[in-house]
Write a protein that binds this ligand. Structure first.
Ligand code: GLA
Length: 331
């Protein structure tokens, strides 16, 4: 790689740390880029409930440990992702031996023992945890998303998750993390949730804004309004899963085989504007993590359109910096 190439993490050292989501596979594929560009790592899937405790009391830390080892050897910080979520959590968690839903007490016990085991294992090594992921309902007036956690425990499952995580590692920063976070309706609900947690004295230390955006939106004005709103809670913000799809979310086209010049230009402008905003809000933003590293692999390759490729990052399929990279490091 070009030795003269700027480094995201060095360029932003006085602003916020720069992270990337990796897997045990991509940490090798991207090791050059990771070592030079990113100072914070998140496991894309390897620390989710279903991965760590696929069966009752049967933990598999092999992949998570591999990522932790890679981070340790290379002096990278780690964000933990994620403890309590409605997705990628195996059904056994909610069921008793007869297949019926467990009681509130039983589920709280399972939650606590999972959190104690996982957070305890990496105590002092993971500086921030996404404790609860995506608990807010998107569309309707409904406040919390329907989930087994909510159904069985009730709304205080969120409080409990934070309390258990805090007990397991009192020094880890504990985050609530969600997507569609700039949408005004959802934003209000996320803010209400965080404020209520704060009022009840729940140990929450930050808000994770996933930032799965695209080149058409949200607009910079919407993003800025959201940053202002979230900043008013007085908690640090982490941008936890940044990527900029080249398609509108509703776009179901399947015939785009490479990004057009227009797409790449729009992406460059969008990244430029977004990082200007992040810099302006540096007093509130402590970390900006991309949900991947370079365009040859992204979860968006299959979502929401199966088999369709996407190109959401600052580095291209050959791991070369895109125009957007040069704009983001030039200020
Ligand atoms: C959500 C989750 C992430 C990941 C993405 C898709 O944002 O928080 O862990 O699953 O969806 O990759």
């Amino acid at each position: 790689m070009n030795e003269q190439l700027a480094s995201l993490m060095d360029t932003y050292r006085d602003h916020f740390s720069i992270g990337a989501a990796i897997s045990t596979r991509t940490m090798d594929v991207y090791s050059d880029l990771i070592l030079k560009q990113f100072d914070s790592l998140t496991a894309e899937n390897e620390m989710k409930f279903a991965e760590l405790q696929p069966e009752p009391s049967h933990y598999d830390f092999s992949k998570a440990d591999t990522i932790m080892g890679f981070a340790r050897e290379n002096g990278k910080k780690v964000r933990g992702h994620t403890l309590v979520w409605h997705n990628q959590t195996t059904n056994w968690v909610f069921a008793d031996a007869e297949g019926e839903l467990v009681t509130r007490e039983e589920l709280l016990e399972r939650m606590q023992s999972h959190i104690e085991t996982v957070v305890g294992r990496y105590r002092g090594q993971i500086y921030a945890w996404d404790v609860v992921n995506e608990a807010i309902e998107d569309h309707s007036e409904t406040f919390l998303r329907q989930s087994k956690w909510l159904q069985i425990i009730g709304p205080d499952f969120i409080d409990k998750a934070f309390e258990y995580a805090h007990l397991a590692d009192p020094d880890a920063l504990l985050f609530y993390n969600d997507y569609n976070e700039t949408n005004p309706t959802k934003r209000k609900k996320i803010i209400r949730l965080v404020r209520e947690l704060q009022d009840r004295g729940v140990p929450i230390h930050g808000i994770g804004l996933q930032a799965h955006w695209n080149i058409y939106g949200p607009s910079l004005a919407e993003i800025e309004e959201a940053l202002q709103d979230y900043a008013s809670l007085g908690l640090p913000l982490h941008i936890t899963e940044l990527d900029l799809s080249v398609f509108r979310f509703e776009d179901r086209c399947t015939d785009v085989k490479e990004p057009s010049l227009a797409m790449l230009e729009a992406q460059t402008e969008a990244y430029d504007g977004i990082f200007q905003l992040f810099r302006a809000y540096r007093a509130h933003i402590d970390n900006v993590t991309f949900w991947g590293v370079a365009d040859d692999y992204t979860w968006l390759d299959d979502f929401p359109v199966r088999g369709r490729k996407n190109w959401p990052f600052l580095f291209d399929e050959q791991h070369k910096p895109k125009e957007s990279f040069f704009r983001v490091v030039d200020f």
